[in-house]
Write a new protein. Structure first.
Length: 215
């Protein structure tokens, strides 16, 4: 995703959509610029303010000497991020499909194909945008330099394939871990039987009080 994000930033800069001020990101070779779209990659806590959740998206509205200001999507909230905390964000032009679950955008560009293509991922890809989705398939997935006449059919076969997983709640719990006397009444009898035997043995070996008084 890093290459797609950098390419998107570069194209926006060429079209004059980004500001001239920038700040270097600590983990990648490209800087963060005014107007860039970003996404948080971890929770960020601000003193006296609600935390910013992992996956939150926003736009860089200002570059400052020691950090940036971010306008968060879906609210009027503005947060300041210091230069030391820039590692908790990255460019947000391109993301893996499963990180986009629940996201709504105006338009989306989808790069699909390959072994990860499935019914579930295609559904997420096709339902993010309000006004349109453009689909692209990598050339190495098309075969014959993109001229394979069966390319659409083969893509459809990938999309029909389900990769859903069984949730843990669907697995039955072992009866041994969820035991109750009503389920196995004989078990409590097996536990108590040795105790009763031991009690009878102790009573048999204990001298009666009358005998001790006679002595």
């Amino acid at each position: 995703m890093g290459g797609l994000n950098w390419s998107s930033q570069h194209l926006r800069a060429q079209h004059g959509e980004l500001g001239h001020h920038q700040i270097q990101h600590p983990d990648v070779h490209y800087p963060i610029r005014e107007g860039d779209l970003i996404a948080f990659t971890s929770q960020h806590r601000l003193p006296g303010q609600p935390r910013v959740e992992n996956g939150s998206r926003g736009e860089i509205t200002a570059i400052r000497p020691r950090g940036v200001r971010i306008a968060l999507d879906g609210s009027d909230r503005r947060v300041d991020l210091s230069a030391e905390d820039l590692g908790s964000i990255r460019l947000g032009y391109a993301q893996h499909v499963y990180r986009e679950q629940g996201t709504t955008v105006q338009r989306s560009v989808v790069l699909t194909g390959g072994w990860q293509t499935s019914k579930e991922s295609a559904y997420v890809q096709a339902t993010r945008a309000r006004h349109g989705t453009d689909w692209f398939l990598a050339r190495d997935q098309l075969g014959l330099e993109g001229q394979d006449p069966d390319r659409v059919r083969r893509l459809a076969e990938h999309i029909r394939h389900s990769r859903s997983q069984i949730p843990s709640l669907a697995h039955r719990v072992s009866p041994e871990r969820d035991w109750s006397p009503s389920r196995d009444p004989l078990r409590i009898h097996r536990i108590l039987s040795p105790t009763r035997w031991l009690t009878r043995a102790l009573r048999r070996d204990t001298p009666e009080r009358s005998a001790s008084r006679g002595r």
